[in-house]
Design a protein around this ligand. Structure first.
Ligand SMILES: [Zn+2]
Ligand SMILES: [Zn+2]
Length: 340
């Protein structure tokens, strides 16, 4: 029912693509990360909570939205969106035609982060799953434990007169960290890419703790020992000088692997991901009851081999999804040139 083409996943009966990477007339888009939501399509269908950030990133487009579980008909094909738990508004796409059901997961995580909607297991014949962290070494601890450590780290830095820099992706982890720091009494500051997302979401009615732009005019007693959330390292930039002595932490699933080079210059790593870990991927696949599983971006050969060896018919599919936006900061890199 769905074919893997040069433009992306294509449903011929309904004449639409899902997360296409080349311009097409009609796209169903799982979420607003740049490798899934690309510019240039004639028409976009996305979840209503995805719209504010979609607009902020893609500008005015022909958008159509749907709520969770709402059916949209396309030439007799039933399409509906269901929570993927990855970022705000992220959806799995359920496609039903002539009694057959496919589910395309986009990116997902199975732990409920309190913002993105709880991942919904959906029974289907064919499941298309991501595999960003599809190796057994990737296993996450509950987010509350990580958030406790983050808050303790911030307080310890503050006692030493140091600011705390969180390096986290601007759409997804940044919102989770901002929310986790709600009890923190100091001011939160952020890089422009995070502020843009914050603004789009706040205008859409989301209630996040206040986050501000850090400038040289910010009072000295406020800047010192502040919290700064940024998708890119700020070492050596003016903004780093403004906040005075500091410590930085990279926040990503990749931090699971000790001494990971991706930590770069950061002083610390927090293992926090917007993707399912190994157990989450396996649980998600099993819960679908699918007879056939297609594995996309990530460790697709290892994960599909494991599934095949364990009684689930699986195959890998080549896509142009980013591998992982957790370490691809295309939007942020541009902003760095703008010398925040
Ligand atoms: Zn994503
Ligand atoms: Zn992705």
């Amino acid at each position: 029912m769905i074919r893997f083409t040069d433009n992306g996943l294509y449903c011929e009966a309904g004449d639409f693509h899902i997360d296409p990477w080349r311009p097409v007339p009609a796209a169903v888009v799982t979420h607003a990360h740049s490798d899934h939501a690309r510019p240039g399509h004639g028409h976009y269908l996305c979840h209503e909570q995805s719209l504010p950030v979609m607009r902020a990133r893609l500008g005015p487009q022909q958008f159509q939205t749907a709520g969770w579980g709402e059916t949209v008909m396309r030439n007799g094909v039933r399409v509906s969106l269901h929570p993927a738990g990855h970022i705000i508004g992220s959806a799995q796409v359920r496609v039903e035609y002539q009694g057959e059901v496919w589910v395309v997961s986009g990116d997902y995580k199975t732990e409920d982060d309190g913002l993105s909607g709880a991942f919904e297991p959906i029974r289907c014949n064919v499941f298309v799953t991501e595999s960003t962290f599809g190796l057994p070494v990737y296993r996450w601890r509950p987010q509350e434990e990580i958030f406790d450590e983050m808050r303790t780290w911030v307080e310890a830095n503050r006692r030493e007169g140091r600011s705390s820099i969180f390096q986290a992706y601007s759409l997804g982890k940044a919102q989770r960290i901002i929310e986790a720091l709600r009890p923190y009494e100091g001011l939160l500051f952020a890089h422009g890419a995070v502020l843009n997302m914050q603004q789009a979401l706040t205008e859409a009615g989301w209630d996040f703790p206040r986050v501000e732009r850090l400038t040289e005019h910010t009072a000295m007693n406020i800047r010192k020992g502040c919290v700064f959330i940024t998708p890119v390292p700020v070492g050596g930039l003016r903004v780093e000088r403004w906040m005075g002595p500091n410590r930085s932490a990279a926040c990503s699933g990749w931090m699971q692997v000790r001494g990971n080079r991706r930590r770069g210059e950061a002083d610390k790593g927090f293992v926090l991901s917007d993707h399912a870990d190994w157990d989450g991927l396996l649980a998600a696949v099993r819960a679908t009851g699918a007879q056939k599983v297609f594995v996309t971006h990530g460790f697709q050969s290892a994960f599909s081999r494991y599934l095949s060896e364990n009684g689930v018919e699986a195959g890998e599919v080549r896509t142009q999804y980013g591998g992982d936006e957790e370490d691809r900061e295309d939007d942020a890199v541009e902003e760095k040139q703008e010398k925040t």
